[in-house]
Design a protein around this ligand. Structure first.
Ligand SMILES: NC(=O)c1ccc[n+]([C@@H]2O[C@H](COP(=O)([O-])OP(=O)(O)OC[C@H]3O[C@@H](n4cnc5c(N)ncnc54)[C@H](O)[C@@H]3O)[C@@H](O)[C@H]2O)c1
Length: 426
């Protein structure tokens, strides 16, 4: 698809005027900002699959808007990964940083935008350093593995706001035209009141790594991070967060509580579950069923579906609504790749001086997934208040170990492989 990506500003403003109250939440999609030819220096923390992908995405986004990107500095836990990325973009040796403390040196460099793409356990710590250094920020999802980390990101988001910094999250569905259109329509009554739904990320097994002979606990955990809840949050957090993010967005609130169950069927390393099924209670008699699974040879599907009193909708797909035609839903023209569009929105927000700040929403979606996980691991009903306000709750201060600080202090003890939570006992 090669449609023009830029919606003329005049049309955008006209559509915005038509669209009414829900518009204040809209970022400036595809409005070409001032300052064509401007160059942005970026830093990357986490030179893995997504980190390298995000660099390509922001280069493409800049090209779309007439800006330039210089990959100024990179950091990875492992020198070979940092060097590989540095080589691709001619980053000189003195601006390549490694190890669990390398990000401190990276943040001290003079550059504009930082991309944070390590495993989730490190995110809140790296976000704090980025805000302290006054960087504009792209932050991959999920943003925490436990309630303490998620609350920290919420608080940091407020500091970023005060400092006028953008924090754009890698929840790319929020930057895709189909989702934007449907969310706008739902917020404006297209399907009446949402009364229920089902969201899922069911698919095959992800990669896993075995421990090398003599390998340290820290190295093993970083290489095999998608197998340990302490590193990833488990796959309900790491992967299914996308669908839960859409749920919170479409309903306009996080859930009140979760009751779920899950288990382990085929994993060979780590301590994660293979499948989760959770009933999220959003209050007001609204329940959303969430399910996710990583097991080869089973039925797969990734979707969000919501039932309303006057229609139904998939997240970014088909909507059944008799009201849609009368709603004047604006034309959300976005790049065909949401992972490019999120960087278009980030760059536009910087140049226009209208920061976007998705820290709270991505932290809430992360915490929603964490709430589901805790319920499945323990077999208990877990409430949003347990994780946000009820300081006496057994889960309020849950902080998984090893933490980001443990990696920096060298105090990393890996959880045992193949020992996992038993509901009713955990
Ligand atoms: N938005 C999306 O659709 C999407 C898709 C894939 C991954 N992700 C997210 O991106 C993040 C990274 O995933 P990935 O697939 O690139 O994993 P990966 O394992 O390919 O890359 C992670 C990189 O971070 C490095 N790293 C680990 N700890 C570090 C530290 N403390 N300091 C510096 N570098 C460190 C690792 O060595 C590795 O190179 C995860 O949070 C994941 O959930 C998002």
């Amino acid at each position: 698809m090669n449609q023009p990506l830029i919606m003329p500003r005049r049309n955008f403003l006209k559509n915005v005027a038509l669209a009414g109250a829900a518009v204040s939440a809209l970022p400036l999609f595809n409005v070409r900002a001032e300052g064509a030819g401007r160059k942005f220096k970026i830093g990357l923390v986490g030179c893995g699959g997504r980190g390298n992908g995000a660099v390509e995405n922001i280069i493409e986004a800049a090209k779309t808007l007439g800006y330039e990107i210089e990959v100024y500095t990179v950091c990875d836990f492992f020198p070979d990964r940092a060097n590989d990325t540095a080589k691709k973009y001619n980053v000189p040796a003195e601006r390549i940083f490694t190890g669990p403390k390398g990000y401190h040196d990276l943040m001290a460099q003079p550059f504009d935008i930082v991309l944070l793409a390590t495993p989730p356990v490190f995110r809140a710590t790296h976000l704090e350093a980025a805000i302290n250094a006054g960087k504009q920020i792209f932050i991959e999802k999920p943003v925490a593995v436990d309630p303490v980390g998620a609350r920290k990101v919420m608080a940091l988001g407020e500091i970023a706001k005060q400092k006028g910094l953008s924090v754009v999250a890698g929840t790319q569905r929020r930057h895709m035209s189909g989702y934007l259109r449907n969310q706008f329509a739902v917020a404006n009554g297209a399907i009446g009141k949402i009364v229920g739904g089902t969201v899922s990320w069911c698919g095959g097994a992800l990669w896993f790594k075995r421990r090398n002979e003599g390998e340290s606990d820290a190295s093993y955990l970083v290489r095999n991070w998608t197998s340990f809840a302490e590193m990833s949050g488990d796959h309900i957090v790491e992967q299914h967060v996308h669908n839960l993010d859409v749920t919170n967005w479409f309903l306009g609130r996080p859930p009140k509580s979760a009751v779920g169950f899950g288990g382990r069927a085929r994993r060979q390393t780590g301590d994660q579950f293979d499948f989760f099924s959770v009933d999220f209670n959003y209050g007001d008699d609204v329940h959303i069923h969430s399910m996710c699974r990583q097991v080869n040879g089973t039925y797969g599907g990734v979707s969000e579906f919501f039932n309303g009193t006057e229609g139904t909708t998939f997240g970014g797909g088909k909507m059944s609504s008799t009201k849609l035609a009368s709603l004047n839903v604006p034309e959300f023209k976005t790049h065909e790749n949401g992972q490019v569009q999120e960087h278009i929105d980030l760059l536009n927000s910087i140049v226009s001086g209208q920061p976007l700040n998705g820290a709270r929403t991505v932290a809430e979606s992360t915490l929603t997934a964490i709430m589901g996980r805790i319920s499945c691991y323990t077999g208990q009903l877990v409430s949003w208040a347990d994780l946000t306000t009820n300081t006496g709750s057994p889960w309020y201060n849950l902080s998984l170990s090893p933490s980001a600080a443990d990696f920096e202090s060298g105090n990393v003890v890996a959880p045992k492989d193949n020992v996992w939570p038993v509901p009713g006992e955990a």
